[in-house]
Ligand binder design. Structure first.
Ligand code: ADP
Ligand code: ZN
Ligand code: ZN
Length: 732
């Protein structure tokens, strides 16, 4: 019997919004071909990795143009049907080419065609070496490494583990230690000496018990739970015990954390409960460790996967539960390339794979609270701190006309002085690193600007350089004004200058600064935090980094030095982010004896929503903010998509966006706003504008976007710009 010709529909990582048709590889029976397999395909003059999405009897491509696939990479599919469906949904929903979606979701090695086999991972393990040949002061790196191995003589540490502990590129010292017999090669997955005693769960309080029961009862089907609990209310304990139930059912759990939340302490907390059944995925891993953990999760060899944003795509052999910790965190949104939101993908994944999803936060996103209000999510609250700690009191400090010591008002400086005298810790939050955001000429008004971005450059005193925080360009700080040789002055305050002010005003205080500059190099953040916890600091000064994931029980006074930027921003989400920040920073401080105080410095103490927040808490703030969003028809009461474009010449950008706007179907109930300049209208020499689409109905918007972008792609003006679409944009 003559079988009809079969065509393979294959996704290849290209910016083209389509799949590609090929003929089957020679010598391979049709039965061996299944969607989800990777194969080698000829692409132009190259050989590329493709993924088989389907087979059919039809293709639109002329027969003469069709080429056969060159070979199969996978004998069995890498993704199940449900997983492929999720990837297709994401491509469609976020309007991103399927080939690039799949490439983004695969670990690098698999993306480049490496076989999907789990390889044994090797690392180093302590061995009792010759004491006469112990590394001494002349070999400090060897000595440090040896100390690390001695602390955990049973452990097999991989390059990734060592890098996480602050030892990058330590190949040389490791070799030297091995030669002297102090460490030896060992397989990571080899059965280790008697597994350490696993920690037993804590007895839950009533609210935790209710939450755990609700989550347990929903296992086996789809349900989203919003676990709304202040910092320290015991959310992590609820996660741990829910995961234990999932494991008891023979299933796996996936736990997503913000980049900054995935700390060694948290990993150790999970390790103490689940031992070696844990796999961790984060950006510090080597490519081969990442691929291995991913494949082991897919094979069901690890039961608990802990990871950052992209871990949401990890295939699981027996998926049972997904947890998204700090679900409001902005790091869940990928801001370039394939712009997905990992929390929203997790929920869609829960739907498709029939499993519950737990969203945890002390400050849920307004979208999530709205969904809970609509009964789309189960709202579980943990209203109290689990231990004996009480929450600090929050004050708004009116700094109008106040005498300032740098960024600190006189009254607050007095509070700091008193707290110092009482021997207690303080924490100061200022979300701007560097010394001063502006360097200006006192004689003529000249300002140091990045010529590619047309924004002022920040002065960094430590490096004695000016840096552009948009494009990263740096240059030496001129000693006098380049225009008139006048005197240069620094205007405004960053964390570096704040540290200087404090040192002057409170000369006895021991100060630790934590920001991207002071923690450069992996391991430094951990070391600084460690000494902060150890009581080596009276005052902690920092940016955003201090607000997330770290507890400072010794801190009894917190200052949020600049709230005004968040109160009046063109981004409608800025206020929500400010409120989350205030609550998150507050939640890091205080303990039983000293619940502590939080002070917010502002020129607008009468701001209604700020008052609601400080007087009635985040829940009340969120309800008031939601009512405001409803009146203004902003998300979650409408749906947005943002078309961004940039080019060297402004006219190319505006012409493209105007033509794109004109391609929109008329009377489509989708409103286009713009083109308007982007929040950073120039960046690295590019002019940037955007067009915002707003619709009252999500399905509506989605239907229109697909056809519209096909038209947009055809515009000749689109060839002169770099453009991208962002569905559900988080930053406008
Ligand atoms: P969250 O994740 O909400 O910040 P955690 O789960 O980390 O809270 O809990 C905060 C602290 O309270 C931890 O030290 C934890 O061990 C403790 N804790 C949590 N649940 C209980 C409980 N039921 N009984 C006693 N202590 C608890
Ligand atoms: Zn000048
Ligand atoms: Zn710049």
């Amino acid at each position: 019997m003559q079988s009809s010709q079969r065509y393979l529909h294959i996704a290849v990582a290209t910016p083209l919004r389509r799949t590609f048709s090929y003929l089957p590889p020679t010598g391979i029976a049709d039965e061996q071909l299944q969607p989800g397999q990777r194969l080698w395909v000829p692409f132009g003059r190259q050989r590329r990795v493709g993924m088989l999405l389907g087979l059919s009897d039809h293709t639109d491509v002329a027969a003469a143009k069709l080429k056969p696939v060159q070979g199969l990479i996978d004998d069995t599919p890498l993704f199940t049907g449900a997983q492929l469906d999720l990837l297709k949904w994401a491509s469609d929903y976020y309007q991103h080419p399927i080939g690039e979606v799949i490439a983004t979701c695969l670990p690098a090695e698999l993306r480049h065609g490496k076989a999907a086999t789990i390889s044994a991972t090797y690392g180093w393990q302590y061995a009792a070496g010759d004491p006469a040949r112990r590394p001494d002061r002349r070999a400090p790196r060897q000595a440090e490494l040896l100390a690390l191995f001695e602390q955990q003589p049973e452990a097999v540490l991989t390059a990734s583990d060592l890098s996480a502990a602050g030892h990058d590129n330590c190949h040389g010292p490791l070799r030297a230690l091995a030669e002297r017999g102090w460490i030896r090669r060992a397989r990571v997955d080899a059965p280790q000496a008697a597994p350490a005693e696993l920690e037993t769960p804590l007895p839950l309080n009533a609210a935790q018990q209710v939450a755990l029961e609700a989550i347990s009862a929903s296992l086996g089907g789809y349900r989203t739970h919003l676990l709304d609990g202040v910092t320290g209310s015991g959310k992590t304990e609820v996660y741990l015990q829910s995961v234990a139930e999932v494991l008891a059912r023979g299933q796996q759990a996936l736990i997503l954390l913000p980049e900054i939340g995935l700390t060694p302490q948290l990993v150790r907390r999970f390790e103490r409960r689940f031992g070696t059944r844990l796999g961790v995925l984060h950006s510090g891993l080597t490519d081969s460790d990442r691929a291995n953990t991913w494949l082991r999760a897919r094979a069901g060899e690890v039961d608990v996967v802990l990871g950052t944003r992209s871990a949401v795509w990890t295939p699981l052999a027996h998926p049972g539960l997904i947890i998204v910790d700090e679900e409001h965190d902005l790091s869940y949104k990928q801001q370039d390339g394939f712009r997905y939101h990992a929390r929203d993908v997790a929920i869609m994944r829960g739907h498709r794979e029939s499993l519950p999803v737990v969203l945890g936060s002390a400050t849920p996103a307004l979208e999530s609270l709205h969904n809970a209000d609509q009964d789309r999510y189960t709202h579980l609250s943990l209203p109290q701190r689990a231990g004996s700690a009480r929450s600090p009191a929050v004050h708004v400090l009116d700094i109008r006309q106040s005498h300032m010591h740098g960024a600190i008002a006189d009254r607050f400086m007095n509070m700091l002085r008193d707290n110092l005298a009482a021997g207690r810790q303080s924490l100061l939050f200022l979300n701007r690193r560097g010394y001063a955001p502006v360097v200006m000429c006192h004689d003529c008004g000249w300002k140091a600007e990045c010529r590619r971005c047309e924004t002022t450059m920040t002065y960094h005193h430590g490096r004695a350089r000016l840096a552009c925080h948009h494009c990263g360009r740096e240059q030496p700080r001129p000693s006098t004004c380049p225009d008139c040789q006048g005197t240069l002055i620094e205007v405004g305050h960053g964390t570096e200058r704040l540290e200087e002010t404090l040192a002057k005003q409170l000369p006895d205080a021991r100060i630790i600064r934590i920001d991207r500059d002071s923690t450069r190099g992996r391991g430094n953040l951990e070391a600084l935090l460690e000494s902060a916890h150890g009581g080596a600091a009276d005052i902690l000064v920092g940016t955003q980094m201090l607000a997330k994931g770290h507890h400072f029980p010794g801190v009894s006074l917190v200052g949020i030095l600049e709230a005004d930027g968040g109160l009046f921003s063109s981004d409608f989400r800025a206020l929500e982010h400010l409120a989350q920040l205030i609550v998150q920073v507050s939640g890091r401080a205080g303990r039983a004896e000293h619940p502590g105080e939080v002070v917010i410095q502002t020129h607008h103490p009468e701001h209604a929503l700020l008052r609601t927040l400080t007087e009635h808490g985040y829940g009340a703030f969120a309800q008031a903010a939601l009512r405001e969003r409803e009146q203004l028809e902003l998300p979650p009461y409408s749906y947005l998509a943002l078309l961004r474009a940039e080019a060297k010449q402004l006219q190319h950008v505006s012409q493209f966006l105007e033509q794109a706007r004109d391609c929109l179907p008329r009377q489509a109930e989708v409103y286009a706003l713009g083109p308007v300049p982007a929040p950073r209208p120039r960046r690295a020499g590019f002019q940037r504008q955007q067009l915002l689409l707003q619709a009252g109905d999500r399905t509506h918007l989605r239907r229109i976007l697909g056809n519209w972008l096909q038209d947009v792609e055809q515009l000749t003006s689109s060839k002169k710009v770099r453009w991208s679409i962002d569905v559900d944009p988080q930053e406008l």
